[in-house]
Design a protein around this ligand. Structure first.
Ligand SMILES: NC(=O)c1ccc[n+]([C@@H]2O[C@H](COP(=O)([O-])OP(=O)(O)OC[C@H]3O[C@@H](n4cnc5c(N)ncnc54)[C@H](O)[C@@H]3O)[C@@H](O)[C@H]2O)c1
Length: 357
């Protein structure tokens, strides 16, 4: 049977918090078959197989990679395991969709980029599901077209709350070896990525970090502020804490010489063009039309805590596999943000060691 006429056979590796959402999205697509699920914890693999009618379950990722009937894998495991699993999957000829953060450390990221480059016929995509939402896309287009004038500042925050129980529940969380960091590389990476991507990319960052609400619980940062130099010359800042009282409150503000746009909690919050109400109304109308159009698509059925973008990103991944086209977020695209996360951590570590001197 030809690959394009039969269903695309996928496996999901890692069936903890996010794996089941990937499975739910694949199960909703008529041209996809969930061929296998895999988790080191047998009960999780079994239960996911049952819930999503997977062809089979296993605790051995090597069995997934060795199966010639499997076309693609979603990697939904802890950060430290992404590089080995992704490299093995690509070497075995599987298309890969890997959860954020692609890698835990720069060396892993380089391995993953090399593995993807060695198999250009395969789709290697990184999850940044918020890049599929309508509001960030429209505002990004407006900024790129000079709709705010020259971009001056782009600033963002993400406030969230991660409890002691959250960290004590899974050994990899809150550790350098398992997670690589915490507030920035895990929870806030989505909004840090949007800030960079919507502003047209960044060239340099510097940062300060602290552990203010999880002392004795995690060895990583729970609070960090990053100063950003954007490629177009603008400057900006991103701050986050996962020790906040609020659980999941985001803001992104873009300020140009003509006006500014602010997103709060993924929605358009404020549009301000002093002396030019027509420009403000035009931005509001464009965003409104894009949101209305997106709400009619399958991607937006079943709102999820992690944003509605997973469905759209998984559709995009499957489309790229089936049509031989580029996915919206390649490994190389996602790696640009990862590299700046790593640079922020390096900068914060340097600042901390200077303070100790
Ligand atoms: N995009 C999002 O909004 C979003 C949300 C949550 C988590 N994530 C990301 O998804 C990934 C997983 O996070 P989670 O919260 O689901 O973690 P989790 O700890 O709940 O689940 C991970 C699962 O992977 C399994 N696993 C680990 N190594 C394995 C291996 N080699 N083979 C098979 N199974 C293995 C573990 O047993 C565990 O069940 C992380 O990268 C995280 O940052 C993304």
């Amino acid at each position: 049977m030809k690959a394009k006429t039969r269903k695309t056979r996928v496996a999901v590796i890692g069936c903890g918090v996010i794996g089941p959402l990937h499975l739910k999205c694949y199960a909703a697509l008529p041209n996809v078959e969930v061929a296998a699920v895999c988790d080191l914890r047998e009960e999780r693999a079994r239960s996911a197989a049952e819930q999503f009618a997977a062809g089979r379950w296993t605790v051995e990722s090597a069995e997934v990679f060795a199966d010639p009937g499997i076309d693609a894998v979603s990697i939904c495991t802890d950060h430290a395991s992404h590089a080995s699993l992704a490299c093995a999957a690509l070497a075995a000829g599987k298309h890969v969709l890997c959860e954020k953060s692609l890698a835990r450390v720069p060396a892993d990221l380089r391995r993953m980029l090399a593995a993807a480059a060695a198999r250009p016929e395969l789709v290697a995509a990184g999850v940044f599901q918020h890049r599929f939402e309508p509001v960030p896309n429209v505002v990004r287009d407006i900024i790129a077209a000079g709709g705010l004038g020259r971009l001056l500042l782009a600033c963002g925050t993400l406030l969230c709350h991660r409890s002691r129980e959250y960290y004590e529940g899974d050994a990899w969380r809150g550790t350098i070896r398992g997670e690589g960091g915490s507030a920035l590389i895990n929870q806030a990476i989505h909004y840090f990525d949007l800030l960079l991507w919507m502003s047209g990319g960044a060239t340099a960052v510097s940062a300060f970090q602290a552990n203010l609400g999880h002392e004795g619980v995690i060895e990583t940062e729970d609070t960090i502020s990053v100063a950003v130099r954007f490629a177009n010359g603008a400057t900006g800042a991103f701050s986050t804490s996962n020790a906040a009282a609020q659980n999941w409150s985001s803001s992104l503000r873009f300020v140009g010489t003509k006006g500014s746009v602010e997103l709060r909690d993924d929605r358009l919050f404020a549009v301000d063009f002093p002396g030019d109400p027509k420009a403000a109304a035009s931005v509001e109308a464009r965003v409104g039309r894009a949101v209305a159009a997106a709400e009619k698509t399958v991607s937006h059925k079943g709102k999820e805590y992690y944003g509605v973008g997973h469905m759209a990103q998984i559709e995009d991944f499957v489309r790229a596999i089936r049509t031989g086209t580029r996915p919206k977020v390649t490994f190389a695209d996602a790696a640009e943000t990862d590299a700046l996360v790593f640079e922020a951590y390096r900068s914060a570590a340097r600042a901390a060691s200077r303070r100790r001197d």
